[in-house]
Design a protein around this ligand. Sequence first.
Ligand SMILES: C[S@@+](CC[C@H](N)C(=O)[O-])C[C@H]1O[C@@H](n2cnc3c(N)ncnc32)[C@H](O)[C@@H]1O
Length: 307
Amino acid sequence: MNQDHTPVLLKESVDYLVTGKDGVYFEGTLGFGGHTLEILDRLSKKGSIVSTDVDLNAFNYCKEKFKSEDRIKLYNFNFSLVDVIAKIESFEFFDGILADLGVSSFQLDNAAAGFSYSINSMLDLRLDKSLRKTAADFINYESEEKIANVIFEYGEEKNSRKVARQISEARKVKRIETTDELKKIISSITNPKYVTKTLSRVFQALRIYVNDELGVLKAFLHSSVPILRKGGRLVIISYHSLEDRIVKDFFKYESLSCVCPPDSPICTCGKVKRLNIISKKPITPSDIEITNNRRARSAKLRVAEKV
Ligand SMILES: C[S@@+](CC[C@H](N)C(=O)[O-])C[C@H]1O[C@@H](n2cnc3c(N)ncnc32)[C@H](O)[C@@H]1O
């Protein structure tokens, strides 16, 4: 595994995150350690960081990368277990929590990682190899309707019904095992002009579904707030409109001190405001960053602070 990922919105996200150089920070998406390294660079000898990645390759890569750094603790856990990790480490609070969602360029561009459709590999798409269901299991056993809904909802692919129909026909002949097989099925019913876009959308949808990426994001946000110190920041970089919507709605809800109907004479909801929104609009990469790193083009950074 070679360094093959340029950290996105690196300076901006870490500028927001690190509010004190002696603090304890949490990074939920270690990857190649790009953001983790930048955070460490901003900390004093007393500061520390706990970083996790659900992908064993990323975890092992960073274990080696940070082997002589004693201010870091590494986990191979899902970031939705942020509160469990805090307990294991005996931290009541983190001074800041960061997640740079999705997958790294390495995972996307390398056949061995199993996320790419450009080189043939097993149709897996699990970040965590202990998950029971692979993408192949899903498309071979789920109903045609469910497959169409997943491709439409998570991939925003207009031809989702047509793709699901073709998958359903192909699997009657033989179990679909590899990325190439799925690629052929999709290509056979797609205008060549749009094949690449359709393949990206379908593979993205399957990855989001197989890893329950939206469900774990919600769990992570909910678990993070109680263990964030007053004044600490929750900093999230997302790459997909559905993820960004979840972060935006969560920050909005947590920034309200009352959710009673507007015509209610007195407040009876008991809602407590837990966050202040720091980034009123999402922060996006500069033109220069996008020119240098195409993957940055869809990134959105949102920041909220614990009250
Ligand atoms: C965009 S990359 C992060 C790159 C990292 N910030 C860097 O600069 O090297 C996202 C990483 O998050 C990991 N990941 C995705 N979902 C996760 C989850 N639910 N829990 C833990 N890690 C996750 C992926 O395996 C991937 O390595």
